[in-house]
Design a protein around this ligand. Sequence first.
Ligand SMILES: O=C(O)[C@H](O)[C@H](O)COP(=O)(O)O
Ligand SMILES: [Mg+2]
Length: 336
Amino acid sequence: MCWRHCQAVHGIRFSEHSVTTAPLKALNEHLRKPKYLSGDVASINEFIDKFDVFLFDCDGVLWSGDHVFEGVVETLDLLRSRGKKTVFVTNNSTKSRPEYKKKFEGLGIPADEDEIFGSAYSSAIYVSRILKLAPPKNKVFVIGETGIEKELTTENIPFIGGTDPSFRRDITPEDFKGLADGSLLDSEVGCVLAGLDWHINYLKLSHAYQYLRRGAVFLATNVDSTFPMNHNFFPGAGSISIPLVNMTGQEPVALGKPSQAMMDAIEGKFHLDRARTCMVGDRLNTDIKFGIEGRLGGTLAVLTGVSKKEDWEAADAVAVPSFYVDRLSDLRAAAQ
Ligand SMILES: O=C(O)[C@H](O)[C@H](O)COP(=O)(O)O
Ligand SMILES: [Mg+2]
């Protein structure tokens, strides 16, 4: 099965041949001076009119943990009332789409499950439709939470590890022995998929490492170094999987933003016109880079999360947004 089949049959397009070849620096060049929109009603209206689809990052844009930023719901209402399509594109793999739907509901943010596209989902469809693990090595060893497990189950992909409580303990001499001679390993594991894991420990890393040493494919839902939560920062998914990179010298294939495989899948699912699409995010090396490399019509940075203005003003900025606001709800000024 190839990605053309995925596009034709499932409306989902995956491609190794990511869209952009032009070096990001060249793509950034003409964007050195992002347009500041906060308080500028005319520019905000012009900005909104420029796009039909808004891809919204979640952590750091809509909320910080379970705290919804002021005015987010009204801003989404405003955009939807102007016929704009909203899609929620998160690298946070701890929840599946139905679990995210519940979170949105719980926080009073109207959203359809169909509008949610997370890195756990992106990873599961990559494993099932591109990687296509064949028996006897068709199992995934998961480092992560229920989000990954549920999306793998949706794609009928068997897995071990993850939230299995038998991994939530200290390693023992028997573990060292069983992992070293392989007697404790599951011979059907053909892939290690790592995401944000609140219960990471030495035992889990040791299992994952032994599978990678035996040739398992190394995937990551995302490699964000930090996780914005409660207006502070904590270890991100990338900081969970980095010990495996350190031990193997191998970088995982990351399937969340800025991966263009994810962009292609989103384009295929929502049939969006890239030139009329804007990526809204708080992080330069995931959200903004994702939008720029995806050759979207624009990118909007919000200053309520990870990246600061100084980050894109730096000469070696990884990505420069085309627009920015202090907070997402500044777009509401358009309604005045
Ligand atoms: O560590 C992580 O996984 C990320 O910090 C987090 O998930 C980012 O989520 P996003 O901002 O893409 O919604
Ligand atoms: Mg974010």
